[in-house]
Design a protein around this ligand. Structure first.
Ligand SMILES: *Cc1c(COP(=O)(O)O)cnc(C)c1O
Length: 385
């Protein structure tokens, strides 16, 4: 959260910047570690949500494993303290170079998404004289009830292998001598707040497990993917994600067999609420009917509102009253670059500090240099105490 002493220190920095409350991050990671530990679930942090060195070090320091979507993420995760032998390597488009990086690093599992990918990993592993431990990402055909761009588990999505292709899958797995089949992976999408989705995923896994085992493939690893949502509406009051709800839904619906391990790949839920964009009002502009607070950040700093119509809570940190109604907009020349329409908050003035909350996940990692603007740097609460 942004307290008075943090606010006073903001004058020292050029805006916009990402402000990370490291106490919130540590509390969240510790809660993940302790709750999941109780339920015997292993968490692999999805590095793509936020890959800052200090954030990665905090998460690896708490004992979490990593989930990586590229070869470069694997290298970065290992450099920041994650155990190579606990990395899950995901992605629909793993290149030969990335597969070799992962094999050399000795990642725990390749989560594979197509028959062709299996054949390529088999050949590359064979060439290196190693075996690749793999899990199959199956398409669960479960709707995550989230925004359509971040739903990934339905039949029409590009992800995973669907059950109609299983005959070919089993034939390929039997043929590929350098692959070591371990289990099943699913990922239904992101920003899931209905724990019923995880209950549904768990029961789908049991159906798939039966089919795999009937074909002689023992399932020793079950991975339900990421997707746990956060409260973007009330990030200051309700910042801790529902980790107990998630663990409970899995434990209740997924009876494990001896020797089986269960894994999840949370990204957003771990880092979203510790991050805030701190920006200043460049101009206040009054139209005939509307007033605008124009910020020095924009869709190039945080693309989620423009890309997925995501809503982030905004706050005028410098002025609490009188209350006024106005739009809070970014500095890019596109109308979709709007953070809040008809926002009710403290009257805006040139130079006021604004916070855009819940910006720790899929924020800085997607910051781009459109219009040749500078990248927004990170400021950590630990450094300004
Ligand atoms: C993006 C992704 C995750 C993390 O998703 P969150 O919604 O951030 O928890 C986990 N697994 C896979 C396969 C992903 O693509």
């Amino acid at each position: 959260m942004i307290n008075q002493s943090a606010l006073q220190s903001f004058d020292r920095f050029e805006t916009p910047f990402f402000y990370y409350d490291m106490d919130v991050l540590r509390s969240t990671v510790d809660k993940f570690a302790s709750t999941l530990g109780k339920f015997g679930i292993t968490a692999h942090y999805a590095v793509k949500a936020n890959s800052n060195d200090r954030i990665l070090k905090t998460i690896s320091g708490a004992g979490l494993q990593a989930e990586c979507a590229t070869g470069n993420e694997i290298t970065l995760a290992i450099a920041n303290g994650f155990d190579a032998g606990g990395i899950f390597f995901d992605g629909v488009a793993k290149t030969d170079k990335e597969i070799v990086t992962a094999l050399k690093a000795g990642v725990e599992i390749f989560n594979c998404e197509s028959i062709q990918e299996l054949e390529v990993i088999d050949a590359l592993a064979g060439g290196m004289g190693v075996k690749a431990a793999i899990a199959i990402r199956v398409n669960p055909d479960v709707d995550a009830h989230t925004h359509k761009y971040i739903t990934t588990g339905t039949e029409e999505d590009k992800f995973g292998i669907s059950s109609w292709a299983f005959d070919q899958l089993f034939a390929t797995l039997s043929r590929c001598r350098n692959l070591d089949f371990r289990g099943i992976h699913m990922h239904a999408g992101s920003q899931i707040t209905d724990m019923g989705v995880y209950a549904q995923l768990a029961s789908r896994v049991l159906e798939f497990e039966k089919v795999f085992e009937e074909h002689g493939f023992k399932v020793s690893l079950i991975n339900l993917g990421g997707g746990l949502g956060v409260d973007y509406g009330d990030p200051l009051g309700n910042w801790m994600p529902d980790i107990e709800g998630l663990a409970g839904a899995i434990a209740k619906n997924l009876p494990l067999k001896p020797g089986q391990s269960v894994h999840i790949e949370p990204g957003r839920a771990i880092v979203a609420q510790c991050g805030h964009i701190i920006s200043r009002v460049v101009y206040v502009k009054s139209g005939l009917k509307k007033k605008f607070a124009i910020l020095d950040c924009g869709m190039h700093t945080l693309i989620r509102p423009a890309l997925y119509q995501a809503k982030h809570l905004v706050e005028n940190l410098s002025c609490r009253e009188p209350l006024e109604k106005y739009d809070v907009v970014g500095c890019v020349c596109e109308s979709s670059d709007t953070f809040a329409k008809d926002f009710e908050g403290g009257a805006p003035h040139r130079g006021d500090f604004f916070a855009i909350h819940s910006a720790g996940a899929y924020g800085q990692v997607m910051n781009m240099r459109y219009l040749q603007r500078d990248l927004a740097p990170a400021v950590y609460s630990d450094d300004i105490k």
